[in-house]
Design a protein around this ligand. Structure first.
Ligand code: NDP
Ligand code: 2IT
Length: 450
């Protein structure tokens, strides 16, 4: 089959899943030269197999809210590919969660995890549960109900979930407690656990820190650095917060954060002290970023989700880090970034840049890092948490940070090397897709038709 046939094949089987098709299209376009060079991959139907989840679990989650009313949500776990290790990937709690969204995330996770060099397969899960406006008690009730079913399908050697949108340390704690009680065992079945009960230092920071380490590696290829650069960051959750922290450590100047309502533009720059305000606002008070503008007297703009562009990406800056959600940066936004001579776009979120926007960035010489490479520091450090759990020991902050640093450097080199080998020099997207795919395809080939 050629590219057109493959795309049709996947479309026919998953026509109602736009996000999944978007993620698959991108990877298939990148890997066609690999299939041409290795005809056995076609014969072994690696593409047909890798686009089909090994197992997909969908389940009902019933729970009682504070008023005593019965609530019903839908839960999922997509166990996508276990060729190179146990299924690994986060859990997302957000009303926009569908099977398509989780399949796209699980699919990308296969290649991301392969790039880390830590042995982990690809998986993802979550629920259409909306944590916004829920009481602490309701969050706990939901997490217990969700894990009440998920516990039957995971264990520390089979499938190890972690956090994602709407799932942070608090939710991991409630789910871990439930798993432990049901299974009557204390094991590293989840990552992102608290320090003192199996968690790893730096896991909380890892995605944002890793993203900026990766961006710094990209800048270094141009004998440049993040130092002194004005940076746009979207989102204000886990990834955005620690991306901002590391930008500040490296001497850059972050000027924006956003949430689903709007964004702030702090022309003077977000400082470490202002970042502490954001962390407290989003992680403890669960407030809106507008409160930052009220406190620090800077610009705040509502984001209209129906608008044809996001004005955050029309601000002048050197670097842009989309860290909120999928398809948050479209062609119009990419044109605005290009118009303002942005040098680098590195994805903290998964698939935040639409396919036409990616083309615009690459065609205009903007350095572009796909999330499966640049946000891999989170899952890589989850892998380090698993290793520490297996060994029964804990590494210091410095040890884990040094390993994270090294992993991001290796991913950067791996992407560039694969891109070069296939004549797409400096194209991180093609490099990431090829390097991730080749590793998994080889393992699938070795393990036979299963
Ligand atoms: P959080 O839940 O901590 O934060 C998410 C942020 O994105 C919030 O500011 C949220 O705003 C905003 N957001 C979420 N959905 C939307 C939406 N539909 N429209 C606009 N804004 C939205 O999640 P994370 O920081 O963990 O995750 C952010 C991204 O990074 C996701 O794409 C995730 O898959 C990816 N990622 C996360 C990793 C991790 O380790 N946590 C690892 C690798 C990637 P609001 O407060 O209004 O909801
Ligand atoms: O998208 C991701 O890589 C994550 N949400 C982290 C997954 C993990 O298992 O740490």
């Amino acid at each position: 089959m050629n590219l057109h046939d493959y795309l049709n094949y996947v479309k026919q089987r998953n026509g109602h899943e736009p996000e999944f098709l978007q993620a698959v299209d991108e990877v298939l376009q990148s890997i066609m030269p690999v299939l041409d060079k290795n005809p056995e991959y076609r014969k072994l139907k690696i593409v047909e197999r890798i686009t089909e989840p090994e197992r997909l679990i969908s389940f009902r989650v019933s729970w009682l809210d504070d008023k005593g009313e019965v609530q019903v949500n839908r839960g999922y776990r997509v166990q996508m590919n276990s060729a190179i290790g146990p299924y690994k990937g986060g859990l997302r709690f957000h009303p926009s969660v569908t099977q398509s969204v989780l399949k796209f995330l699980a699919f990308e996770q296969i290649f991301k995890n392969a790039l880390t060099g830590v042995p982990m397969g690809g998986g993802k899960g979550g629920s259409d549960f909306d944590p916004k406006g829920k009481s602490e008690n309701e969050i706990m009730k939901f997490c217990q109900a969700f894990m009440g079913e998920l516990a039957r399908h995971i264990n520390h050697r089979l499938d190890v979930p972690a956090g994602d949108i709407g799932v942070g340390g608090r939710e991991i704690g409630y789910m871990f407690g439930t798993y432990k009680k049901i299974k009557n065992e204390f094991s590293g079945v989840l990552t992102g656990k608290g320090i003192g009960w199996g968690g790893s230092l730096i896991r909380t920071e890892a995605t944002g820190y890793g993203l900026v380490y990766f961006a710094e590696n990209m800048m270094q290829t141009q004998n440049d650095s993040i130092k002194g650069k004005t940076c746009l960051v979207s989102g204000s959750g886990n990834v955005a917060q620690y991306a901002i922290e590391k930008i500040l450590h490296l001497g850059g100047k972050p000027v924006t954060v956003s949430d689903s309502n709007g964004f702030i533009y702090d022309e003077e720059g977000i400082t470490l002290a202002k970042l502490e305000f954001i962390k407290d606002l989003k992680n403890n008070k669960r407030g809106r970023v507008k409160e930052y503008a009220d406190k620090y007297k800077c610009v705040y703009k509502d984001i209209d989700p129906k608008a044809d562009h996001n004005p955050l990406w029309a601000l002048k800056a050197d670097c842009a880090f989309p860290c909120a959600t999928q398809n948050e940066l479209n062609a119009k936004d990419a044109n605005n970034l290009v118009k303002n001579s942005v040098k680098l776009v590195a994805e903290g979120a998964n698939m935040p840049t639409t396919p036409d926007a990616i083309n615009i960035l690459i065609d205009n010489g903007v350095m572009y890092a796909p999330g499966k490479a640049s946000n891999a520091g989170g899952v890589a450090t989850s892998g380090l948490e698993m290793t520490q759990n297996y060994m029964g020991s804990n590494w210091t902050r410095e040890e884990v940070d040094a390993k994270l640093h090294n992993i991001m450097k290796n991913i950067h080199e791996t992407c560039l090397a694969a891109a070069k080998e296939y004549g797409k020099e400096d194209n991180y997207m093609v490099g990431a897709n090829i390097a991730g795919f080749v590793k998994v395809a080889r393992a699938m080939q070795a393990q036979g038709v299963i």
